[in-house]
Design a protein around this ligand. Structure first.
Ligand SMILES: Nc1ncnc2c1ncn2[C@@H]1O[C@H](COP(=O)(O)OP(=O)(O)OP(=O)(O)O)[C@@H](O)[C@H]1O
Ligand SMILES: CC(C)(CO)[C@@H](O)C(=O)NCCC(=O)O
Ligand SMILES: [K+]
Length: 262
């Protein structure tokens, strides 16, 4: 079956939109703030125009943000006269999820692990540095084990500024590895706290999971802050920008392989 899809990940801060044409993620992925509804609606329409004439064209989405997800469903039915195919609701999850309540585990985390495991085929930890920073682990059979949830970069920087009198706002563009050994001014000191704090957390948690697993896992990073945080770091095996979108496409392909022959 040829895969022609618009894939949409509805996050907490941004909507990510990509197109798979003949099975390949083609063209730029657009990331637009969830509040800019008209802009992301137009991006979905543009993405649809790339694939609409093709075999089995569909719009497949996943999300962790119910209000924006229902806005996406409305936009797609009004402007494209299609129904969004939702992973988890209309499509089976692509991996087995061993958490206490799988339906409450973030679908982005599940899809990240599914997409990463497809490449690694071994114990894997995905670090998603988005609005929240999540770690999500699977065993060597690709089963989702659980993980960790912590505040993301933007959230940490905003909280430091908003809840103090003296701390400045650091913009996303300013966020990078600190270049002073001790943080000799306020902004450098904040970068030391947030940048090294997150890397230290990731290292500590990966070490704990490696001990549990009895083996060092592959560590794959994704999300808006992955490059700034992890570029060139030996703990992270690779940075894959659009992991969740690959997970959405995989869920669609797996579901059809399983059900079309029935
Ligand atoms: N151009 C940008 N606009 C917004 N955030 C950006 C940008 N570039 C980098 N970031 C960083 O990306 C992070 C948000 O990540 P991302 O966009 O992956 O999250 P998201 O879309 O809200 O997804 P999720 O809710 O799934 O984490 C913020 O902490 C911010 O620092
Ligand atoms: C943790 C976030 C916000 C990360 O996007 C998302 O995966 C989510 O809302 N998860 C639900 C809670 C859980 O994963 O256990
Ligand atoms: K994300």
């Amino acid at each position: 079956m040829e895969i022609n899809l618009v894939v949409v990940n509805v996050g907490n801060s941004r909507v990510a939109i990509g197109s798979f044409v003949a099975g390949e993620l083609t063209g730029d992925v657009e990331r637009i703030a969830v509040v800019r509804r008209e802009e992301w609606a137009q991006a979905v329409e543009r993405a649809w125009q790339r694939i609409s004439g093709r075999e089995n064209a569909a719009i497949v989405a996943a999300g962790v943000n119910p209000d924006v997800q229902s806005a996406l469903s409305d936009v797609v039915s009004e402007r494209i006269d299609r129904r969004v195919v939702w992973v988890g609701k209309d499509l089976d999850l692509p991996i087995k999820v061993l958490t206490d309540e799988p339906e409450k585990t973030g679908i982005d985390r599940i899809l990240n692990v599914a997409a990463a495991y497809e490449q690694t085929e071994m114990e894997t930890v995905v670090v998603d540095a988005g609005t929240a920073i999540t770690l999500s682990a699977c065993n060597d059979a690709g089963e989702f084990l659980g993980g960790a949830i912590a505040p993301g970069v933007r959230m940490q920087l905003d909280a430091l500024h908003e809840r103090t009198a003296a701390l400045p706002l650091i913009t996303t563009e300013e966020f990078k590895a600190p270049d002073e050994p001790y943080g000799q001014n306020t902004k450098q000191a904040m970068l030391h706290g947030v940048y090294h704090g997150i890397r230290g957390m990731v290292k500590e948690i990966v070490e704990a999971y490696a001990t549990q697993m009895g083996k060092w896992p592959e560590v794959v990073a994704t999300g808006g802050d992955a490059q700034a945080l992890f570029s060139g770091w030996e703990i992270v095996t690779g940075i894959t920008p659009d992991l969740t979108l690959y997970g959405i496409a995989k869920a669609y392909a797996d579901h059809h392989i399983k059900h079309d022959s029935e």
